[in-house]
Design a protein around this ligand. Structure first.
Ligand SMILES: [Zn+2]
Ligand SMILES: [Zn+2]
Length: 266
């Protein structure tokens, strides 16, 4: 039995002898099947193919972890180190012994919280490696391809992961699309970790909000205004999106506010 991984979205599935017939996440209109059709791999095959993970420190107690060469959607996860235990924000498909050792040296993982189904990736393999719980919004429950007792489905609009860490449901891209607000991060000025619930764009003084990024399907302006109104209640100096380079380095709350206003005007 293998835990097959879809090479287009990076999602790892429940064990099966043969690869699954299809990937529901890639068949959804927010994603796509690659031009060469549905393809599968496994963690062992990825190791044999030379994939590895790199870790990069952004600022005190915040590091990015991503795969080289780029795999599937190309996101990197974020390691949030707190005195109450470490949190992995979003997840990646690839995991090996080196990555496990590196993260154990940084204090291990207590929780894995994920913005939306495109980054569910190999979340259960990660949870098992670190004996961590996985926190997902219940609105996206149908997109879990590898069910596990390690998953906690939270409901409602916010979930407190620690004294100073709040998961905030914004919706938009997916009904349960979430961001992580770290009130004491960034030397107490606050940090917002967004995946692509809020997407840092090419001009890193701006962000955007889409229903589908690969297929360029925008959100209605009224949805973006709704997201803006929720974010208005949180303070943060910097914002970290889905890739290593997706960082708004200063005045990030103003950037989100003015970006939402610009979106509504277009
Ligand atoms: Zn897929
Ligand atoms: Zn996505």
């Amino acid at each position: 039995m293998e835990h097959w991984i879809c090479t287009t979205c990076g999602t790892q599935f429940a064990p099966s002898q043969e690869p699954p017939k299809e990937c529901p996440i890639c068949l959804d209109i927010r994603q796509y099947i690659g031009p060469e059709g549905q393809k599968w791999t496994t963690l062992a095959a990825m190791r044999a193919d030379g994939f590895h993970n790199i870790m990069k420190e952004y600022e005190t107690h915040l590091s990015g972890i991503g795969t080289v060469p780029t795999f599937a959607i190309g996101q990197r996860a974020l390691l949030v180190q707190t005195e109450q235990g470490n949190v992995l924000w979003d997840c990646i498909s690839f995991l090996d012994d080196e990555t496990i050792t590196t993260i154990q040296h940084a204090g291990g993982l207590k929780a894995i919280a994920i913005s939306h189904p495109h980054f569910y990736s190999s979340m259960i393999a990660w949870a098992e490696a670190f004996d961590a719980r996985v926190y997902l919004h219940e609105a996206d429950r149908q997109w879990v391809m590898r069910p596990s007792e390690r998953i906690t489905f939270w409901s409602g609009e916010t979930f407190s992961l620690a004294d100073d860490i709040t998961l905030v449901r914004l919706g938009g891209h997916f009904p349960g699309s979430t961001v992580l607000h770290w009130a004491s991060g960034g030397d107490g000025k606050g940090l917002l970790l967004t995946g692509d619930t809020i997407q840092v764009v090419a001009d890193r003084n701006w962000v955007s909000f889409m229903f589908s990024y690969p297929n360029f399907i925008p959100l209605p302006a009224i949805e973006v205004s709704r997201i803006r109104d929720i974010i208005a209640g949180y303070n943060f100096e910097r914002l970290y999106g889905m890739r290593f380079e997706s960082v708004v380095g200063a005045d990030a709350k103003d950037v989100v506010m003015k970006s939402a206003d610009r979106y509504a005007l277009c």
